[in-house]
Structure formats: C-alpha cells, structure tokens
Design a protein around this ligand. Structure first.
Ligand code: GDP
Ligand code: MN
Length: 386
C-alpha cells in the first residue's frame, strides 16, 4: 500500500522525524487559520504518483492570497475539482538530500540509498549510493559515517549518519517496503526536515496494522482503480490494467513479471498484470480468462496469452476448462497458450498431449515461453504488414 505524502509524513512524525507543518485541504475547505502564521506556503497535490513537481502539481505561493488560484491550477491539471491537496509551510532549503531505505529483494535485506543532490532530478544523478544493511537492518551511525563523508562535508555527514541510522527501525516496525525522503531539506539554520515522503507498506503485513489507518491513502488508491480492476478484486484476484498490446493471463507475481519481461524483449507490452489475491490455493482461472476476454476487446490489444504453470492441479482438467472457454464464444483476438506442468499435474495428461489437444482445436500452444512470445511477436508483425 502506497501512502499519500501527508500520510507518509504522519507516519514519520510519530517516529520523531521532523516534517513541515501542514493541513489537508479537501474540496470546499476554507484556508485554515493556523496556516496564517507560517512564513511561506507550498500547495501540493496528493496523488499516489511521484514527479509532481515537474507536472506543476507542487506550487510555491507568493502569499496566502495566491492560494485559491494555485488550488485551481492544480485541480485543473489533475482534471479533478475534488482532488485533495496538502497546504504546507514552505521550508527554506539550503541543500536537498535524497535518503531512502528499501528492501533489496535479491539480498532479502534492507538497504540504504543516499544521493548528495536530492530533489526532482535525482533519477538522472549517477551519484546514488547503495549501502547494504545487516539482517535486522540495524546499523550504527559510526558504520554509516565512512560511506557518507565522501559525499558531504564531515559535519553534515555525521548528522546524516545519525539521521539515516534511525530509518531502518522505522521501516521494520511499520513493515515498509520503501521509505524514501526526497528532498530531505537542510535548512539555512541547520535543521533537517523531510519535505517529501514516499512510503510503501508491505500489503502482506497489513494485518499487523490498524485497518482504519490512512483513510486518505485508501480512498486515493480506490479512486485510481479502473472498473475492471475493481471487478477482478471482487472475483478474487488482483488486476492492473496497462496500455499494452497483449492481454496476459498469469497467476503469481513472479510468472507475471517474467512474461512481461519476455514480451518487452520482443517489443511487446502486456495490457494487464494479474496476480492471486489470497495465494495459490485459490482457483481463479475462469475469472481471469473472463476478464482477459474483455481486455482483448480493446482495439489496441493484438493477442491473448495464457501462460499456466501447474504443480499439483490437474493439467487435463485445466485443458478441458480452457477449451470450454474458447468454445463458448469466439475470441476477439488470437490466443497463445503456454504450458508447464509438474509430475503430479501431468498424471492424467502430459504437457505434450495437452499441446496436441489444443493444436487439434486450432490453438497455438507451447511448452517454451520464449517460443510462445516469439510466435506472438511474429503474428502481430505479420498482421501489421498485411
Ligand atoms: P515530487 O516532485 O512529487 O517528488 O514532489 P516534492 O514534494 O518532492 O516537491 C518537488 C520539489 O518542490 C522538491 O524537490 C523541492 O525542490 C520543492 N519543494 C517541496 N516542498 C518545498 C518546501 O517546503 N520549500 C521549498 N523551498 N521547496 C519545496
Ligand atoms: Mn519528492
């Protein structure tokens, strides 16, 4: 779950991290009186995507009277007059630093990311350093200082080492996949203030936290969902719609990612990503195929790919269900089926027999996912030529 900036900052504040004073402005809210005392004001769209600065969604106000114009500017840019906004005290910034803690999936441990020049251009800086942390993520300032002193003057490096050493514990206690502070502002009077926060909590740890927490983030995520994504959730799986040319039916995040990478290697993009919501025991093939058919109706979608990996569920049963789905109604786009079946799954029918059965029904089927994707690419290229 990705938190809106204001929620991410509330999380940081309860762990003693300094953030600017701020208030949420919802549609129709008047300027709150408390904001009158602030030395300056910044108005920020609360959307769950980054890069707001570059999109004109973060606006520095010349004075408090500029608020309503800035507000309109942002809601117009978003095309949403109801969009919630964060009105914040403007912080004077002498230097912007990038600091993040995240899970390094390969190492299965926490790591710290640091860039000496934070801010909007951080993606283009090559100076992002990665510091691997031990198993628990615990790290002392003394261990971080030598890594930072090459990037910052000694005094600032020492302060940042103490600051950064507090973040892994917050990430662990709050079950975060990512805790990113960019920019971490160094003010002219030497304070460190988190001016932006990108916080992502691991959904599988949601049960450890208050489910009513962060209603704004929840409603933003809800609003960002498409109608098909909502129906998929009701049917028991997760769907992400993408602008792409292949309706991709998979289950399990790893398989989905692998197929998306293979498609990309062949110049194709998936039109959707599917994953189980409740883990492997749930069988949602029929529901996933039903949604895939709807996605395949979109004119820009050129093919349907169904890649199935079976460990213990019967391949024979799955092929029967697939053929029944194909026979029920003409498919809007050509179907390509990929099959991998373990020993138990293939007891009644081998993968080769399944290929033959699908072939007899006029369906292109493969045991090698690379061959499958190549065939999809060739078919689409042929169609484009003709
Ligand atoms: P993002 O573009 O979505 O990451 O939004 P940010 O919250 O990071 O804002 C973009 C940029 O606006 C930052 O990199 C800062 O340079 C600037 N900014 C944000 N808040 C403040 C502030 O309080 N004071 C000043 N001077 N600049 C700010
Ligand atoms: Mn930012």
């Amino acid at each position: 779950m990705r938190l809106a900036e204001i929620d991410g900052k509330a999380l940081l504040r309860r762990h003693g991290i300094a953030v600017p004073r701020g208030v949420l402005l919802e549609a129709g809210d008047a300027t709150p009186a408390e904001a009158g005392d602030w030395p300056g004001h910044v108005l920020k769209a609360q959307v769950l995507e980054g890069g707001r600065g570059k999109r004109g969604l973060v606006r520095r106000l010349a004075d408090a009277s500029a608020l309503s114009a800035a507000r309109r500017h942002i809601t117009d840019a978003l095309g949403d007059p109801e969009a919630p906004l964060l009105l914040e005290e403007a912080v004077a910034i002498a230097r912007e630093v990038y600091l993040a803690v995240r899970i390094d999936g390969t190492r299965q441990g926490l790591e710290l990311l640091v860039a000496a020049e934070g801010g909007e251009e951080v993606e283009s800086t090559k100076a992002l350093i990665r510091i691997a942390l031990g198993g628990t993520g615990d790290v002392g300032p003394d261990a971080l200082y030598p890594e930072l002193v090459g990037l910052f003057p000694p005094n600032l490096a020492a302060r940042l080492a103490r600051y950064a050493a507090r973040l892994p514990e917050i990430a662990r206690v709050e079950d975060l996949e990512l805790l990113e502070i960019n920019p971490l502002a160094l003010t002219p009077d030497g304070r460190l203030i988190a001016c932006d926060a990108k916080v992502i909590r691991d959904d599988s740890a949601a049960f450890r936290h208050d489910s009513d927490e962060f209603p704004l983030s929840r409603s933003l995520a809800e609003r960002a969902m498409t109608p098909l994504e909502r129906s998929a959730r009701e049917l028991g799986f997760q769907l992400v719609e993408i602008d792409g040319d292949v309706a991709l039916v998979t289950a399990g995040a790893g398989l989905g990612m692998m197929m998306m990478d293979l498609l990309a290697d062949h110049g194709l993009t998936a039109a959707c990503f599917m994953d189980n919501l409740r883990g492997a025991p749930d069988e949602t093939m029929a529901e996933r195929l039903r949604i895939a058919r709807m996605i395949a109706e979109r004119p820009q979608v050129r093919a349907i790919v169904f890649q199935t990996v079976l460990a213990s569920r019967s391949l024979a049963d799955r092929m029967d269900a697939l053929l029944a789905w194909v026979a029920a109604e003409p498919l809007p786009k050509p179907l390509f089926v990929g099959i991998a079946a373990g020993h138990a799954a293939a007891r009644k029918m081998s993968a080769e027999a399944a290929l033959a059965k699908l072939g007899a029904a006029g369906i292109a089927a493969f045991t090698d996912p690379v061959a499958l994707v190549r065939a999809v690419a060739d078919t689409i290229a042929d169609k484009r030529r003709s």
